[in-house]
Design a protein around this ligand. Structure first.
Ligand code: COA
Ligand code: NAP
Length: 279
């Protein structure tokens, strides 16, 4: 993997990294990047089938893997899974709170239960994971990486539920940095931009809008799951030993308010000027 060209392959030997929702998409990309650097990997999610497939790939990268079905909304189930993970792989030194749900719905059409479903998975589920992993993180003086979203930074149309949940996640991240620093535990979050080939992008950007969307991103392209994995590795590594309470935005500039639209208008204006010059 790309990351092995830059960082030692044994960087996370004897470390256990637990990723909630680690069976697919960005979260699986994060698990793979840690696995490529020697980590033991714990993953959970609701679908056992997804977890089995992901485990096989992680083992191919050389990782010892613990995978068990759990819904992050169910605290006692999650606690059991994390305790069983400790027995198999040793205490968690990096917890990645990444399980989430999303769909598009204008606020006036969203049911209270739809709002609650996303709050329960993203926000309450992340608290559940932190609370269940705390005794292990205390032993390892480990760190937490939350997977947030641009909706935490600026409002997005038809995303009132996700905005509320992810803003809550980022605030919880800072709160835990403040409270758990005394145990040597660091807490940070990543805001991914639009990431190619993921379930989130399928739901938010139906095919056909790709070209227009890419044009609105300052770097002109979608990100990759590896690019989020690399950011997570950095935040969990000794290279970030004095970083806590921070949000790392990994989005090709997509959330810089208005910059995408500005760039588009500027490009059109420049083309017009060029046309006027040549005519
Ligand atoms: N638009 C509006 N409301 C929706 C919706 C949609 N597309 N999808 C679900 N809901 C509402 C449901 O109608 C229900 O509310 P109601 O009881 O008032 O009808 C509520 O959300 C819960 O739905 P349910 O299907 O029971 O939830 P769940 O717990 O089985 O699934 C979701 C959770 C809805 C978030 C589901 O989309 C999911 O499992 N997502 C995981 C994968 C994902 O979203 N990946 C992208 C991450 S960025
Ligand atoms: P994804 O593949 O659907 O990832 C979500 C994962 O969470 C799935 O593996 C899912 O597995 C799991 N999950 C969902 N509900 C759960 C629950 N109740 N309990 C346990 N696990 C649950 O989607 P993704 O797009 O890669 O998103 C991954 C993360 O990145 C999310 O936190 C998302 O908000 C964030 N993000 C994504 C983008 C993007 O461009 N895709 C941008 C910004 C932020 P099961 O269904 O099997 O449970």
């Amino acid at each position: 993997m790309h990351i092995q060209e830059y960082l030692p392959k044994d960087m996370f030997n004897n470390h256990t990294v637990f990723v909630t929702g680690g069976g697919s998409g960005i979260n699986f990309g994060i698990a793979k990047n840690f696995a490529a650097l020697g980590a033991n990997i714990g993953i959970c999610g609701r679908s056992a089938e997804k977890l089995e497939k992901a485990s096989a790939e992680l083992r191919e990268l050389g990782a010892s893997v613990f995978a068990q079905s759990a819904d992050v909304r169910d605290y006692s189930m999650l606690e059991k899974v994390m305790n069983a993970c400790e027995e198999t792989l040793g205490p968690i030194s990096t917890l990645v709170c990444a399980a989430a749900g999303n769909f598009i719905s204008p606020a006036e059409q969203l049911s209270p239960n739809g709002f609650k479903a996303v709050m329960d998975i993203d926000l309450l589920g992340s608290f559940h994971a932190c609370k269940a992993a705390f005794p292990q993180l205390k032993k390892t003086q480990g760190s937490i990486v939350f997977i947030s979203a641009g909706m935490s930074l600026i409002p997005y149309f038809a995303q009132v539920h996700v905005g509320a949940a992810k803003s809550g996640v980022d605030n919880m991240m800072r709160n835990l940095a403040l409270e758990w620093g005394r145990f040597g535990i660091r807490s940070n979050s990543i805001v991914p931009g639009p990431i190619e080939g993921t379930e989130g992008m399928k739901r938010l950007a139906p095919a056909g809008l790709d070209h227009k969307l890419k044009k609105s991103i300052p770097l002109g392209r979608y990100g990759t799951t590896d690019e989020i994995g690399q950011a997570a590795v950095f935040l969990a590594s000794p290279l970030a030993s004095y970083i806590t309470g921070t949000t790392l935005v990994v989005d090709g500039g997509q959330n810089l308010p208005g910059s995408g639209q500005f760039a588009e208008v500027l490009r059109e204006a420049m083309a017009l000027m060029q046309q006027q010059k040549t005519s």
